[in-house]
Design a protein around this ligand. Structure first.
Ligand SMILES: Cc1cc2nc3c(=O)[nH]c(=O)nc-3n(C[C@H](O)[C@H](O)[C@H](O)COP(=O)(O)O)c2cc1C
Length: 189
């Protein structure tokens, strides 16, 4: 297939959506939609998210040293979009939109009841890269909905969990699982 070059840019990578939760000074919760999220260590388990520009989330993560990463489902799309397009500096976001939240089991972080899978993280590093910052968090606990019965690696039914997928400018949903990892080598051996 013929290719053409594009000038270096962010491109279109599909990404998971998380609402990063922090408590403000008055202990009201704040959530921001962050889609540049991935794992970076297995032992101890760690995840990282990238952020840039002036954001209340960055300020609070740096001040408090803890945050929650709440997986966003397609049902949470409106809430997520609102939290992703409204600055925590401009208003108390949780006053504007109905949000059921509780305190984490292990850390002092807000956990969204509607999210089926929530990481409680303790900040271990901040890495500056170009115009952005990478926040590395050690996963201290995961709060999972009881409806997700099988939490074994590779066995979670993602179609049922229904995460909101983001690619620049649009939100998507996952329709079906189409293959298990390793199927190519198993069939050939
Ligand atoms: C779809 C979407 C994805 C986003 N992903 C990121 C991201 O990965 N990193 C980031 O710093 N901001 C991201 N944002 C922007 C923040 O969510 C936004 O700036 C938000 O208002 C910050 O809120 P805060 O001031 O309460 O922290 C995203 C916004 C949208 C709508």
């Amino acid at each position: 297939m013929q290719k053409r070059s594009l000038k270096p840019q962010r491109g279109f990578f599909p990404q998971p959506s998380y609402l990063i939760g922090t408590y403000k000074d008055d202990n009201t919760p704040n959530f921001a939609l962050i889609t540049w999220v991935t794992f970076c260590s297995v032992e101890p388990p760690m995840l990282m998210f990238a952020s840039r520009g002036k954001k209340l989330t960055r300020e609070l993560v740096e001040k408090r040293g803890v945050f929650s990463a709440n997986l966003v489902t397609t049902k949470m799309m409106y809430m997520a979009d609102y939290f992703g397009t409204t600055s925590g500096y401009s208003k108390n976001k949780c006053d504007e939109i109905a949000v059921e939240q509780m305190k984490g089991c292990v850390l002092d972080v807000p956990v969204l009841l509607e999210s089926p899978w929530v990481y409680e993280c303790s900040l271990v590093d901040i890495i500056e890269k170009g115009t952005g910052y990478i926040y590395v968090g050690e996963i201290k606990n995961i709060m999972v909905d009881e409806t997700i019965t099988d939490t074994t690696y590779g066995k979670i039914d993602l179609v049922k969990v229904d995460p909101l997928i983001y690619a620049p400018g649009q939100y998507y949903k996952i329709d079906s699982a189409i293959g298990s990892v390793g199927y190519s080598t198993k069939e050939n051996s």
